[in-house]
Ligand binder design. Structure first.
Ligand code: HEM
Length: 465
């Protein structure tokens, strides 16, 4: 790709470097890579991630990409370069304009029902069962704990699977699809990551097809897979079987490892922030007692909301998201021509010191609305994207994370394992690695007491984040 945009007469040259060495630096340490360049160049700079590109960082950049100039940023041009475009060639993240609007209208009714009361029970059951297995075990890797339960949630609630043996049997195929979607290249080598993923995808299509057929004739339908068979277009036509499967696998891809990554940060920070763990436990016992999590009254879990907001800020699941300029645009006095690959980064945007004072400090208290500060309004947050293409599964993911927190803190005291050292992986999915924690069952005297209803008046209702 030409670098002419960097030297366009009449416009300032976009700062940065398009040297191929940039990629090496980014892979070595994506956090340092972005932060150094943002602090040096500001909200827009050039780089090269296998191909020359432009990064846009911070609230104004995100607003430009997601809201004000969104028609000039193509998803197809951005995601189309990634391996996962080969795996899911007709997926919503590869679509722009009218085609996207139609697909979103198909998915939205099914996915939005997931955040509702009816899926809380199944998700709570899964977390109860997984929590049960943690008692008295050697220190557990937080990512593995989060992945196990989140996989089961995705398999049951998204793919509509019912049989535990089958869920376990299919896990390697689902995992291979995730790995292949994140492969470095779109080239398919026999035995390579993408090749394995495409074969695993075809196995999953074959195994899930009978579920689609059965759902069509059934009175009770399970999971998003079942809900998608209810769809009818303006002429009363249903979604073809293949498309139902295609959409289910895409939602599984979009929702599984993202939620597992966020969940791993939840467990990690609960273990490392003893004071917040104590505060959340107290609040959860006060609000829920021993009752399961439910939507009604959940707005009283105010500190849980702040904690999860801070997880979204510090631990966004994916480090960067791609677009390509579909028309020339200007940003802060720089001209970016059509065709330029553009990335935004939740991780860096959430660490801009202008948006969040002490950006590297994990501090759920910053979300307390009583502080009256700008950051507490959440307008600088893009962990779930933004604008009309905000993450479709946000409510469902947030509900899962709330169930996870409320289940774990009521049952366990969670401690970091001092004998292991953890590090943080930024790419392809952002999560702690080798962060091990011990789950110690709470003794009766360690359980905070629920307050009487008349004492409850101090807890003002606030919407969940
Ligand atoms: C903590 C968990 C999750 C995180 C952090 C997350 C994050 C995101 C982000 C940042 C985007 C915007 C991508 C972009 O701007 O290019 C997005 C889009 C999307 N997400 Fe999520 N997601 C999560 C869970 C889920 C779940 C559970 C589902 C499905 C059940 C889901 C389905 C989608 C879909 C379909 C889109 C594309 C929407 C569109 O383009 O119209 N996500 N997600």
């Amino acid at each position: 790709m030409s670098l002419s945009y960097a030297f366009d007469p009449g416009f300032r040259a976009i700062p940065g470097s398009s040297s191929p060495l940039e990629l090496r630096e980014m892979i070595q340490n994506p956090f340092r890579f972005l932060e150094e360049r943002y602090l040096k160049h500001g909200a827009i700079f050039r780089s090269s991630v296998a191909y020359p590109c432009v990064w846009m960082i911070g609230p104004e950049a995100n607003r430009t990409i997601m809201v004000t100039e969104r028609d000039k940023f193509s998803y197809e041009g951005g995601y189309g370069k990634l391996a996962f475009a080969k795996l899911f060639p007709k997926n919503i993240l590869l679509m722009d304009g009218e085609t996207h609007a139609k697909t979103r209208a198909i998915l939205e009714p099914a996915v939005s029902r997931l955040g509702l009361e009816e899926s809380i029970g199944p998700v709570q059951d899964i977390w109860n069962r997984h929590a049960e297995t943690l008692a008295g075990r050697a220190p557990e890797d937080v990512y593995v704990v989060a992945q196990k339960a989140t996989y089961e949630v995705s398999a049951r609630v998204l793919a509509g699977l019912r049989d535990s043996d089958e869920i376990e049997e299919l896990r390697p195929y689902f995992e291979a699809v995730i790995a292949g979607a994140m492969a470095h290249t779109q080239l398919r080598f026999p035995g390579g990551t993408l090749d394995k993923a495409m074969k695993a995808r075809d196995v999953l299509y074959a195994r899930l097809m009978p579920y689609v057929k059965r759902a069509r004739g059934a009175s009770e339908r399970f999971g998003v897979l079942g809900l998608l068979t209810e769809y009818r277009d303006a002429n009363g036509r249903p979604l073809p079987d293949e498309e139902v499967l295609h959409q289910v696998l895409l939602l599984y891809w979009a929702g599984y490892d993202t939620t597992a990554s966020a969940g791993s940060w939840v467990i990690h920070h609960l273990a490392h922030q003893a004071e917040w763990q104590r505060r959340l436990r107290e609040e959860v016992f006060e609000v829920l007692g021993d009752e399961p999590y439910q939507l009604t009254g959940s707005s009283k879990l105010r500190q849980v909301s702040w904690f999860l907001r801070e997880i979204e800020r510090c631990g966004p699941s994916l480090f960067m998201f791609p677009r390509a300029a579909s028309a020339d645009f200007e940003f802060q006095g720089y001209r970016v021509p059509a065709g330029t690959p553009v990335f935004y980064s939740p991780w860096m945007s959430h660490r801009c010191p202008e948006s969040f004072p002490h950006p590297h400090t994990f501090d759920p208290g910053r979300w307390d609305p009583a502080l009256g500060n700008e950051q507490a309004k959440g307008k600088y947050m893009v962990g779930f994207g933004g604008g009309p293409r905000l993450c479709l599964g946000r409510s469902f993911a947030q509900m899962q994370l709330r169930i996870m927190v409320t289940t774990l803190v009521r049952r366990y005291h969670i401690e970091p394992d001092a004998t292991t050292e953890f590090h943080i992986m930024g790419l392809p999915v952002h999560h702690p690695v080798d962060s091990r924690v011990r789950f110690r069952e709470l003794l009766d005297h360690q359980r905070p007491q629920r307050r009487a209803p008349e004492q409850d008046k101090g807890l003002a209702a606030a919407p969940p984040s």
